[in-house]
Design a protein around this ligand. Structure first.
Ligand code: ATP
Length: 135
């Protein structure tokens, strides 16, 4: 069993998609081991997206992710990382399959509803960042 860090980003929260995302996670057979609604501080946002710090969209990405509350969750189960990436669909919602969260609910690459860790290393780093007290 493995763990992944999932975010419902501010666009997903403001569109009322928290329940939808959580339902899809649970329907897939994955479990929640931590769940919290919170507004992201700028330093946490910068650390979370550190791999993108040299990208032209980094500033906008930070503004977006700190623009309103997000839901942060630690999701657990067999193949949780790839399992959630499949539920989310491709980064660009236009390329994401219909039936995936991004394919069904988003149009723009930045405002793509959810985040999910992309590897075991990212998952470990992100879970420590978002939930430092989780055992
Ligand atoms: P996430 O890490 O959020 O799950 P991802 O791994 O599918 O997304 P990344 O390439 O790591 O995608 O990009 C991180 C996030 O940065 C994307 O989810 C999106 O919100 C934003 N992003 C990526 N590319 C662009 C872009 N060209 N313009 C604006 N925002 C972008």
């Amino acid at each position: 069993s493995e763990r992944t860090l999932v975010l419902v980003k501010p666009d997903g929260v403001s569109k009322g998609l928290i329940g939808e995302v959580i339902s899809r996670i649970e329907n897939k057979g994955l479990s929640l081991v931590a769940l919290e609604l919170r507004t992201v501080a700028n330093d946490i946002a910068e650390e979370h997206y550190a791999e993108h710090k040299d990208k032209p969209f980094f500033g906008e990405l930070l503004e977006f992710i700190t623009s309103g509350p997000v839901v942060a969750a630690v999701v657990e189960g067999p193949r949780a990382i790839e399992g959630f990436r499949q539920l989310a669909g491709a980064t660009d919602p236009i390329k994401a399959a219909t039936g995936s969260i991004r394919g069904d609910y988003a149009l723009e690459v930045q405002n793509n509803i959810v985040h999910g860790s992309d590897s075991p290393e990212s998952a470990e780093r992100e879970i420590k960042l978002w939930f430092p007290n989780l055992s």
